[in-house]
Design a protein around this ligand. Sequence first.
Ligand SMILES: [Zn+2]
Length: 137
Amino acid sequence: MTEEERFWSKVEKTETCWIWKGNTSSKDPKRAYGSFHSNGISRRAHRVAWEFSNKKPFPEGMDACHHCDNPRCVNPDHIFPGTAADNARDAIKKDATGINHPKQNVAMVIHFRETSLHQAYRAKTMQAMQEGLGRKE
Ligand SMILES: [Zn+2]
């Protein structure tokens, strides 16, 4: 089995998110990123997933952000290299379109209920951004 095969064997794919079933970095679900142990080092599973799919190393100095805000998700389509500022902008865009509240994905809804702290933080970030952008409308 190659490392790549071993990696994907730990993933449960749903129609939306691909959930990492291996070890996670934290017992706290808000910060429970998947971790993949390979060649004596432990790496964030969603970064590794992005690298396997894009066949190149993750861009240096960039954060692996989730479009879906699901730390255990390793669906490469849901992961993008971004900075903290990109992440905040992405959060605003998603709230406008409602992508963050998919009715069909129960796991994700539960995840969001568990992450009220995260949401509170995001609401604060969004408020700050909106104030920074001014109110032209
Ligand atoms: Zn996802």
